[in-house]
Write a protein of this length. Structure first.
Lengths: 325, 281
């Protein structure tokens, strides 16, 4: 992966999941009410960092996601703050109804961690990939939905989660993501999208690794004299209507990029806001009704059109459409 | 403060009768609901709240040391609401708003909407897992409470029940006491004909539980069994009580017709039922 290279971002030598593990351990150290539930993937999600230091607050419920969620909700009922962790695909697809009743409808304070989101887990293939997780979470109206884009924002999100009223979903990832923000005093507030690059000609809105890819695309566009604004839409719900509307009004064209199915994904929700508030030409980068295959993440993002080149091409289209309109 | 309500047998029989009448009135007024599934569990729930089993504080529903009761068979919501109201969690008038727009008295229980409702249930098979979570949390918080879960028989067809059963034994959840309202019917027919549960006791034993059997309508026997189960908490084995019951118990023509699952009685039937339940209060 060459994320953030064109934009000159500082690379991180650790996968985002490791950063998640560090952040979770920090939170567990700071708050003795935090408990961690694992679906026997703690060594992959890195939730196991907590197991090593606080074994009494770590529960491996086994390969039984429905029970995993129920036990987590029960721990919340007993006064604890559960982080319910597994792969995004297994957790949401196996235990959707349990998340719906015991977490979402009950509006308990809890965080669901969907690790290995998107396609960049790579070689394990489509059975393990969470390409529908954000759409599924969208169907659970009480959830705050967060997709961190770099190590600092992962730390900020995990730290903020127990302070958020009601249930929270945080997507984690197997790939390293470069630093967009400083690790200290990270500018990150739930529900408030970050403008990470100013620009007047169009806006690239992304989440997760697509923010770095968007910054790379913006660097390429700049070489052609097009100044792109880049927005890190780290909170998918509540979605920052104000920042999105301002971007549409001020730049006149919008590209949304996501490592997710386009159907029911982030782009469709951004489009709804823009259609309601400030219709402008839009383009979308994401997965188009397809199950991805096994492969090296670098090859996969190229084959399935999730690179900075794809964002660049979409941005040019949106920019041309703006000029014609 | 006395956190346990222990009525004598005569009073308990009267409470059970009143709960049946409340269930009848609630579901008849709503024109829908599950009276027969509620009636079959009346003695089980009465034993818990009024037979000296549960420790609870109606004026402090989230008292951290309370014993937990999770109604996993969420379609028996009318019984749960009627019992909670009788226990003092909220005024009885609320019962008559069951299933109405704007009322927190939902068709199936929603956690947080009515005091005393510990879990959102109604999609079946989910309550036992919550019970395991409450046990683990109580242990971590060094609290001594017990966790009671009432299961329907049909919902024991769900895989999640067995995931939870396995986990409960693994975690040595001796203070988890599950009761099954074994009335032998699910929505579409006799369980033995649809998806049989037997050998039920052997299944639970093989999952590491101690299994008891009781007549689920003999309230003093139910209380004795719950008391015994609680005494066995120190064994570290979760306790399973098979309560043999009759669906629709208390109203002869409902007992005789399983198709009453999920439907209220019409006004004529309701009048007959009221007569049978000796409905003069």
């Amino acid at each position: 992966m060459e994320l953030g290279k064109k934009a000159g971002l500082k690379q991180c030598d650790q996968p985002l999941r490791n950063i998640f593990g560090d952040a979770l351990l920090d939170v567990a150290r700071a708050n003795e009410k935090v408990v961690v539930l694992d679906g026997d993937l703690g060594n992959s999600t890195k939730a196991e960092y907590v197991r090593h230091e606080f074994p009494e607050r770590f529960f491996n419920i086994g390969i039984a996601e429905s029970n995993l969620v129920g036990v987590g909700a029960g721990l919340a009922g007993a006064g604890f703050y559960p982080f319910i962790t597994s792969f995004s695909s297994f957790l949401l697809c196996n235990a959707y109804d349990q998340i719906r009743l015991a977490v979402a409808m009950s509006e308990i304070d809890a965080t669901v961690i969907g690790s290995h989101g998107g396609i960049t887990l790579g070689k394990d293939g489509p059975t393990q990939m969470g390409i529908e997780d954000l759409a599924l979470m969208g169907g659970l109206p009480t959830f705050t939905i967060i997709v961190p884009s770099d190590p600092a924002s992962m730390h900020a999100a995990v730290k903020a989660a127990p302070t958020i009223k009601g249930p929270v979903f945080i997507r984690s990832s197997r790939v390293p993501m470069p630093y967009i923000y400083p690790m200290e005093n990270t500018p990150w507030e739930v529900g408030k999208a970050n403008v990470v690059r100013e620009g007047k000609d169009l806006t690239i809105i992304g989440c997760g690794m697509m923010v770095s890819a968007g910054l790379d695309a913006a660097a390429m566009l700049a070489e052609e004299g097009i100044e792109a604004r880049v927005v890190d839409l780290h909170t998918i719900r509540p979605m920052d209507r104000e920042t999105i509307t301002a971007a549409a009004k001020e730049t006149g064209a919008v590209v949304v990029a996501e490592e997710h199915l386009l159907h029911g994904g982030v782009g469709s929700n951004v489009a709804r806001i823009i259609a309601e508030s400030a219709p402008v030409p839009m383009q979308f980068v994401g997965l188009r009704d397809v199950y991805v295959e096994s492969g090296d993440p670098n090859d996969l993002v190229k084959k399935y059109n999730l690179t900075s080149d794809d964002i660049f091409a979409a941005a040019k289209k949106a920019f041309e459409a703006k000029k014609e309109s | 403060m006395n956190d346990i309500v222990r009525k004598n047998k005569e009073e308990l029989l009267e409470i059970a009768r009143h709960l049946r009448l409340d269930i009848l009135e609630m579901t008849s007024k709503a024109g829908s609901g599950h009276p027969s599934s509620s009636w079959s569990s009346v003695e089980l729930v009465s034993a818990l709240y009024f037979g000296g089993i549960l420790r609870y504080r109606p004026d402090e529903p989230l008292w951290p040391e309370r014993d937990r009761f999770i109604m996993s068979k969420g379609h028996a919501a009318p019984l749960l609401y009627a019992a909670l109201s009788k226990a003092g969690y909220f005024p009885r008038e609320a019962l008559w708003t069951l299933r109405e727009v704007g009322s927190p008295v939902q068709g199936h229980p929603i956690q947080g909407m009515m005091p005393g409702v510990e879990a959102t249930t109604g999609s079946l098979g989910q309550g036992l897992s919550l019970g395991v979570g409450h046990v683990l949390g109580g242990r971590l918080a060094e609290q001594k409470y017990s966790v009671f879960v009432l299961l329907g028989d049909g919902e024991c067809e769900a895989g999640q029940i067995w995931e939870a059963a396995m986990a409960a034994a693994h975690f040595k959840a001796g203070n988890l006491i599950a009761m099954i309202d074994y009335n032998k019917f699910q929505e579409t027919g006799p369980i033995s004909r649809e998806i049989a549960l037997e050998p039920l006791a052997d299944k639970w034993r093989s999952f590491g539980w101690t299994v008891h059997e009781v007549n689920g309508h003999e309230i003093d026997e139910v209380i004795a069994m719950l008391t015994l189960a609680r005494q066995l908490e120190a064994t570290g084995k979760p306790q399973f009580i098979i309560a043999h019951t009759i669906k629709g118990k208390g109203v002869s023509f409902v007992e005789a017709d399983f198709t009453f699952h999920g439907r209220a009685l019409n006004p004529e039937q309701a009048a007959l039922a009221k007569e049978e339940l000796n409905g003069t209060r």
